[in-house]
Design a protein around this ligand. Sequence first.
Ligand code: HEM
Length: 474
Amino acid sequence: MALCNYHPVVSVDTLEHSTESGTVPRAEGNGLPPGPRIPRLLQTLGFIFAGPRFLEACRRRYGNAVTLGTLFDERFVMLFDPALVKELFQGPHDQLHAGEANALLGPILGNRSVLLLDGAEHLRHRRMMLPPFHGRRMQAYADTMRESADLEIDSWPLGEPFSLMPSMQSLTLRVIMCAVFGFEPGAAEEELRRRIRDMIDPLARPRGVPLMLVLGRLGAGRGADRGAARRFDAARRAVDEILYAEIARRRDDPQLSEREDVFSSLLLAVDETGDRLSDREIRDELVTLLLAGHETTATGLAWTFDLLLHAPAVLGRARERDDEYLDAVVKEALRLRPVIPGVGRVVRQEPFRLGGYVIPPGVEINPSIRMIHRRADLYPSPKEYRPERFLGPDAPDTYTWLPFGGGTRRCLGASFALTEMRIVVARILERAALRAHDPELEKVQFRGITLAPRNGVRVILEHPPSPTMSVGNI
Ligand code: HEM
């Protein structure tokens, strides 16, 4: 369960106590890295109640690779070091299965989703999906991103607190509808957006993971669980209905090749044998792009504003609208508040050798994005929001800064998300004077897949936004 990384720990004191009376860290007989010997229930509680503190205590005690076990996963290995992560990300693609690690998402995405596939099938889908996500294509989506930001800015109340998170969700969903799905604003687009929100809202709540577990055995749950699973299934079918109708319509559209959206390029893509993606595969990839790209980017944007509005010096410099600095503002936000805490690879076929250990087949390896991003030796004063870290020749490398995972599974939408975040931050700073409503930074809350701001980042718009400089009002 990699993307979710819900390896929910005990008090850090219990761990320290047990290790003090235990042995010096060493590889276990089977070659796995060392780890706490406390019961899995306690480790589970530790994850839930002390997350980063528990993991930091494990890292200090056992080193950069630690074997853990929870009620959700009997045995897995967490990595806290860029060199080990590099070994993993550069390891053999068909021996290290990310698709299997993401299996929890299967009932939602469908089993032909690039996130769930492994080996040759994964590469086939990934190659067919990559072209519209190439950096060069981003310019085509920039206007959509800016216009979507304008619509949100113009809807904010003046002088009273409101939460940014729902506004960012609506913004990023609109961008996906236009850039990925190719739907123009209007009744059909509104209806699809409504059905999509009905489907994904229950997943983005703190109880999202239990719901996903129930969905994994749809119908097997009891009472409220079963009801929630049925409601989800009905919402998913309502979305599918529109998607399959649109797939059929576009397959007959003689102008398909002139369209710039991702949906249309998926319909046109061919693999090396000249085959196209089936209707089912297109549907699964569309839902994947929607789920992978919408809530994540919205959460990243909300965190960026939480951090910016509590750091006056950074905010002042960000307002100067230097693109390189804005890029650093966004990257530093994704470092300090990674939206996804970790990723996973399940070892298959043969044991995998990693940093002197031997990881047997069936064991999942989880680079901890969240813990690597807060290592004081890699990021001095790690709790401070300092975009300057990303300027100049000493900027963190791709295994030290990994909010988008890495290797052959690195997020397909990374450029898309970074572009969207930079454009939206720039537009909001240009047009709107926001201030934080709460003096403190938001608390981090685990929402099924993402680490989100608990209260949605409450802000106040201090003056009416400046007008947009569209052709109409120049
Ligand atoms: C701030 C926003 C985002 C974050 C933090 C994020 C993070 C991630 C992470 C951690 C992974 C797993 C990588 C791995 O296993 O190594 C991933 C995969 C993926 N993401 Fe994103 N993502 C974001 C936005 C997007 C967007 C905008 C899209 C597309 C519209 C997207 C599409 C995907 C896809 C298709 C995959 C699966 C790649 C594969 O398995 O080959 N993501 N993302």
